[in-house]
Design a protein around this ligand. Structure first.
Ligand code: TYC
Length: 107
């Protein structure tokens, strides 16, 4: 048997698994509240309790952080969840005629 025949017999019929591309973990997004001069503190606390499932103590702490520093993180979520929170908070604030601003950015 020739050398080339030996090689062909060894290669034929062998299923080679392609290496799969490395998958990146999905990006996460911070949902942010911005301070303003008009939205009542109690309303912001209510927003944090209702949409971010924070207890009153933690909600008050974050509200005061935003009030004094200008911006604060309400939570970190997958993109679609963060988008929904921003939409819900904005809709709730506008329905109550408050200018409260809620945005998101990649964590
Ligand atoms: N600065 C507001 C006030 O004094 C309170 C406030 C806090 C508003 C946080 C928005 O995201 C905010 N009534």
């Amino acid at each position: 048997m020739s050398g080339s025949n030996v090689n062909r017999e060894r290669d034929e019929g062998v299923a080679v698994q392609e290496s799969r591309p490395e998958l990146q973990p999905p990006p996460r997004f911070k949902v942010l509240l911005l301070n303003d001069d008009f939205t009542p503190m109690e309303f912001v606390v209510q927003v944090l309790e209702t949409f971010f499932h924070l207890n009153r103590e933690k909600a008050t702490q974050i509200m005061l952080h935003v009030h004094t520093r200008g911006v604060g993180v309400c939570g970190i979520y997958a993109r679609d969840v963060a988008e929904t929170k921003v939409a819900q908070v904005t809709d709730f604030a506008r329905r109550h005629q408050h200018p409260l601003m809620c945005t998101m950015e990649e964590a």
